[in-house]
Every structure is written in structure tokens, then in C-alpha cells.
Design a protein around this ligand. Structure first.
Ligand SMILES: [Zn+2]
Length: 198
């Protein structure tokens, strides 16, 4: 009886501590948020200082650290099933946006990625890589500040863009550079860490 009680308790506890989503990187346990590492300034909601072409704004996602020392093909995965609705492949700003069914619907953004493996309108699954972290050659070319990948979870439909011949599959943009107040930040974005804990 005592053993059974412990078993039931363990099962319940494990279920509650496990996320219904999977982490977008290959850690020891992709269901456990505790295995995820962020860069030093990678937290959601940090105020980012103005740069010559970018005004001061809130960090609208998290910067995820490379989980291993693999500088060749460290994989990036979707957190759950979804459809690719936007893709851009211009160097360090390469980005995928994925739409997820749910109540309510939500969108995930994967940025500063490389080696994109999926096509526009593909159905993607958390078991299959969609891209990878930049490799050494790419980091040497674009800068080691990109030695992470930027991940966002959107509450609202991303911004539809006009067609651009230089980025023919980029149909949507996130709200990354228009969040100048905490209210706006929370109107458009989930805190990815809280979201993944669900
Ligand atoms: Zn970032």
C-alpha cells in the first residue's frame, strides 16, 4: 500500500513537472525547462540599449545557449507541431516563424539560425530538426555575438510583410523592435520560460 502511494505520488509529480512542449534544443531532457541555459543577457524582458540603427527596446524572447560544444551541426527543433509560415535566409538574421494550433493559437520564432531544413508551409514536428546553430565558419564571418539562437512565443498574429524579392519566402515579421513599454511586451509576447513550463 505504502509503495503504491509512493508510486502514484511519483507519477503525479513527474506529470506536473513536465512540460507539454519540448525544448527547442537537444538537452538531457527536452521536457524539462531546468535543462535549458540562456546567455548572460538572454532573459526575456531585459531592456536593450539603442544601437545606431535600432532604438532602445525590450528583449522580446530568450537567447538560448548552444547546449553542447558542437560547432558543426547543433540542432534546433520546434517546440511542438506546427506549420512554417515565414522563412528568411539572409545570413545572421535567418529566421523561421511557425504557426501552432491551440486555444488560443500561438506562433514561435527561431532567429539567428542556419542550415534551415524545412520549406514554407511544411508541417513540422518536435522530433525533427528545422535548422541548426551557426557553425564556426559562420560565427567567424558574422560575429560571435550570434553564438546563441533567439526564441520567441507570440500571442498575436505576426505582421504581414509586402513581398520582397531579396527575401521571397519572408511573409511575416515579429514585433521584436516595436515593444517600447512593458505593456506592449506582454500584449504581444509570452515569456518563453513561463510558456515552456506549462
Ligand atoms: Zn535575443
Amino acid at each position: 500500500m505504502f509503495k503504491t502511494t509512493i508510486l502514484i505520488f511519483t507519477l503525479l509529480f513527474c506529470n506536473f513537472s513536465e512540460s507539454k512542449y519540448e525544448l527547442p534544443v537537444k538537452t538531457a531532457n527536452r521536457k524539462s525547462i531546468n535543462t535549458l541555459s540562456l546567455t548572460k543577457i538572454g532573459e526575456f524582458g531585459l531592456v536593450r540599449k539603442a544601437r545606431p540603427t535600432v532604438p532602445s527596446h525590450y528583449h522580446t524572447g530568450i537567447d538560448i545557449k548552444r547546449p553542447t560544444n558542437n560547432y558543426t551541426d547543433e540542432a534546433i527543433f520546434p517546440i511542438c507541431e506546427g506549420i512554417v509560415i515565414s522563412k528568411r535566409q539572409d545570413g545572421p538574421y535567418a529566421q523561421l516563424i511557425i504557426e501552432h494550433e491551440g486555444n488560443p493559437k500561438f506562433w514561435t520564432v527561431y532567429e539567428h539560425i542556419a542550415g534551415i531544413k524545412v520549406n514554407l508551409h511544411d508541417l513540422v514536428k518536435p522530433s525533427d530538426p528545422i535548422a541548426r546553430f551557426m557553425n564556426k565558419a559562420e560565427l567567424n564571418k558574422y560575429g560571435w555575438q550570434f553564438d546563441h539562437f533567439h526564441f520567441e512565443v507570440l500571442k498575436k498574429y505576426p505582421i504581414r510583410l509586402n513581398p520582397d524579392k531579396s527575401k521571397p519566402e519572408r511573409f511575416f515579421s515579429s514585433f521584436s523592435l516595436i515593444c517600447f513599454t512593458e505593456e506592449k511586451l506582454n500584449e504581444y509576447f509570452y515569456n518563453p520560460i513561463e510558456f515552456l513550463k506549462e
